[in-house]
Structures are given as C-alpha cells and as structure tokens.
Design a protein around this ligand. Sequence first.
Ligand SMILES: Cc1cc2nc3c(=O)[nH]c(=O)nc-3n(C[C@H](O)[C@H](O)[C@H](O)COP(=O)(O)O)c2cc1C
Length: 187
Amino acid sequence: MADQGLTVLGICGSLRKGSYNAALMRLAEELKPQGMTLKIAEIGSIPLYNEDVRAQGFPPPVETLRQQIKAADALLFACPEYNYSMSGVLKNAIDWASRPPEQPFAGKPIAIMGAGAGMAGTARAQAHLRQSCVFLDMHPLNKPEVLIGAAHTKFDANGNLNDDTAKGLIRDLLANLDRFTRQLRAK
Ligand SMILES: Cc1cc2nc3c(=O)[nH]c(=O)nc-3n(C[C@H](O)[C@H](O)[C@H](O)COP(=O)(O)O)c2cc1C
C-alpha cells in the first residue's frame, strides 16, 4: 500500500512580520521529510480569552484552529521567548483551543523549535510550553532540541538562517516527529 504522508499543523507564537520563529516555520517547509504536509495555522485574529465569550461559543478563528488541530496528525510549535516564557499570543491560542468539549490536543504528537535574542535560544519558554502540552495530554518529542540563541546574528535581512547546524537539527526534528507519530499510531 502507498505510504500515507503525515499532515503537520505549524503554530507560530509570533505575529511579527520579520519574526525569526515564522522564518523557522518557513524553513521547516523546506526541510520536512518527503511526503509530509505542513500547514500553518493563523492565530493572529484570535481574541483574548474570556470565559464569558467562550460561553457563547468559540469565535470563528478559534473554531478553525480547533478543526485544524483535530485534522492534523501532529503539531509543530515555533516558540518565541517572552520574559522567560512562551509568548502571550501562543498561550492565548492554546488556552482557547484547549477548552471542552473534546479538547483537540489530546493524543497529538508534537515537536517544538524556537529562536530568540537571548543565549538560551528560548529554552525557558520551551520548558513552559512543554509543561502545558503535557497537561493537555499531548506527546512532546524529546530530541533534538532546537534552541537558536542570538537569533539576530544568525538570520539575514531576508529571514534566511545562516547556521547549517541548526538547519540539520530542524531536519532531524521533523524526521523524528514523523517516526514518533507513526510509532504512537502503531501502538
Ligand atoms: C515582551 C518581550 C519579552 C522578551 N523576553 C525575552 C526573553 O525572556 N528571552 C529572550 O531570549 N528574548 C526575549 N525577548 C526578545 C525576543 O527573543 C525577540 O524579540 C525575538 O525576535 C522574538 O521572536 P520573533 O522574532 O519570532 O518575533 C523578548 C521580547 C519581547 C517583545
């Protein structure tokens, strides 16, 4: 039987036009294994979480995100670091999408990558994101860690990453996500 390629939903925690994390997502499109489809979620129009609004139903951009998560075989997060944690934009999108009924994150294999100005390359933000993913019953891939520090020295003005080691890590991350997703499915 022909191999069914996996569909991965990319969720980027930065809305900035020149975002390094959005650049990583574009790079993931180039470096993904053959057969994998990468779709990018649009989270910029999701309102701030408000339980009163939620009680009236999910706003359309949240409903779209929830459907995209449900339909995906796996998720790929590009995680900026804001004040030692994930960005509010990313946390807000996760909070909205996670609400019942049938929270769509449960059981999803996920991979995380990140680029930031600091030397830790978003390690602290990724740890917080990983913690939320565990609470929501996702299956975070452990290795490799993609931690791109001092991002301003590694991307050119067009958002191209000039770091072959980091590119190799992104390639390995996506190959491992592919393998991990198939392993979880086979269980
Ligand atoms: C509110 C705010 C807080 C930040 N806090 C951190 C931080 O804790 N660690 C870090 O490495 N960079 C921090 N930065 C710098 C970001 O790494 C940098 O703006 C980066 O470009 C954000 O990702 P992006 O390029 O994908 O938008 C912060 C930036 C902002 C706007």
